[in-house]
Design a binder for this molecule. Structure first.
Ligand SMILES: [Zn+2]
Length: 174
């Protein structure tokens, strides 16, 4: 992995333990912004990628591995993409319903209503500002991960607007 200055880093990569539990403080605490993409941040991201692949997940947020930092990874276009300091700057009025699971809440599935499309701004691993418009599953996974960075879990959506007929869709392991 290279940083914005073109420095090449190689890390000892580890699968990290995934923190679970709807009441676990690190999962409920809004994360701190990353001031700079340091070697430590890149190492964390590399380990999160390994952990996500190992868990067969669609994404993973830093609090899920015990780090209260505004960093997550999300499968976008089938590719795990690191998002540093992500911020959703636009949400479509059109909504979608789907059932979601969470690596931090094993066995729990919740119907979650979310905007169908979003625009997300973030910093990439080279420290460059990025902006992407996402739809459908890509948008859902990123919203799920950004929720984690704000201390929000899928169980918080239980009982919220169940009036709409839900699709038979399921998003597991994020
Ligand atoms: Zn999750």
């Amino acid at each position: 992995m290279t940083d914005g200055a073109g420095r090449l880093y190689s890390f000892v990569v580890a699968v990290l333990p995934i923190i679970t539990g709807a009441d676990t403080p690190v999962l409920r605490t809004p994360t701190a912004l990353v001031p700079k993409v340091t070697k430590d941040v890149l190492h964390l991201i590399r380990n999160m990628e390994e952990t996500c692949v190992h868990a067969d997940g669609l994404g993973l947020a830093a609090p899920q591995v015990g780090q209260s930092l505004r960093v997550c990874i999300a499968k976008i276009n089938d590719r795990l993409t690191p998002l540093i300091n992500p911020r959703i700057t636009w949400r479509s009025p059109a909504m979608d319903d789907a059932e979601e699971g969470c690596l931090s809440l094993p066995g729990v599935y919740v119907h979650v209503r979310r905007p169908q499309s979003i625009v997300v701004e973030y910093t990439d691993v080279k420290g460059r500002a990025q902006e992407r418009r996402l739809a459908d599953l890509d948008a859902r996974v990123v919203q799920h991960e950004v929720d984690h960075l704000d201390g929000v879990l899928i169980v918080d959506y239980v009982g919220v607007d169940r009036s709409r007929k839900t699709e038979d869709a399921r998003t597991s392991g994020v």
